[in-house]
Design a protein around this ligand. Structure first.
Ligand code: SF4
Length: 232
């Protein structure tokens, strides 16, 4: 049955960065906004869309993006060329998001530069195709305002260290990440993150999550593979 009573039911259009909406006829787009940082120029480009399109809403998402809702399929190419932005990796099997809190850049409680580390991770991993979806979050202190313990890789600043948590997620089977390592520098974090992502690439099943893969592999073998000398 066609619930909208109109033409064929449409689907997401990943190649156009477009997500089908509940009416199965119109699309939302969610441009990539590293760190959720907005400039006046970006905001003006967003605001201009209200004058030219019949937009239903703009909605701030949990992945620190702004979804713009209500486009027709034939409008998508034009909208992206006007926005001059790339799509956020909101769907598909890939690194969906790298959330980051203001950390020592803006927050009075910040203990580490979560923006600096988060933007490096975003540049390297955002949109990377993987066997399953994968999310990062970087918090500048143990208050964890970006929910690092429930991301596949969550990084949490403390006064002297970065804690790396792995295997967390939300969804129907939410789980907390487990502490993998505590290191002093952002470079050490990046090196360990790289090993964890490689481990996921080599060992994950289709549509896997890191936490489930760790359960199958066993915690000790996993740790040995990503921090010790065992092969991935
Ligand atoms: S996690 Fe800490 S540093 Fe980040 S916004 Fe929250 S209180 Fe500030």
């Amino acid at each position: 049955m066609n619930v909208d009573g109109g033409g064929a039911r449409k689907k997401d259009l990943p190649e156009k960065g477009a997500i089908i909406q509940r009416d199965r006829q119109t699309y939302a787009i969610a441009p990539h906004l590293p760190g959720g940082l907005l400039t006046k120029e970006i905001l003006l480009r967003y605001a201009d869309l209200f004058d030219r399109y019949d937009i239903q809403a703009m909605k701030i998402t949990g992945a620190q993006r702004i979804a713009i809702i209500g486009f027709k399929e034939e409008q998508l190419d034009q909208v992206w060329s006007e926005l001059k932005m790339k799509p956020g990796a909101a769907i598909g099997l890939c690194v969906r998001s790298v959330e980051m809190c203001p950390g020592t850049t803006f927050c009075k409680l910040g203990q580490q530069d979560s923006m600096g580390l988060g933007l490096k991770l975003d540049e390297k991993y955002h949109g990377m195709e993987l066997p399953g979806k994968f999310k990062f979050a970087v918090a500048g202190c143990p208050m964890n305002c970006v929910a690092a313990p429930v991301r596949d890789i969550g990084i949490q600043g403390t006064p002297r260290h970065w804690k790396i948590l792995v295997g967390g997620c939300l969804g129907p089977r939410p789980r907390m990440g487990r502490e993998l390592a505590s290191v002093e520098s952002a470079d050490e974090v990046l090196a360990i993150v790289d090993r964890v992502v490689q481990f996921f690439v080599k060992n994950a099943q289709h549509r896997d999550r890191l936490g489930r893969l760790i359960d199958r592999a066993g915690w000790e073998p996993f740790v040995e593979a990503v921090i010790g000398k065992a092969s991935l």
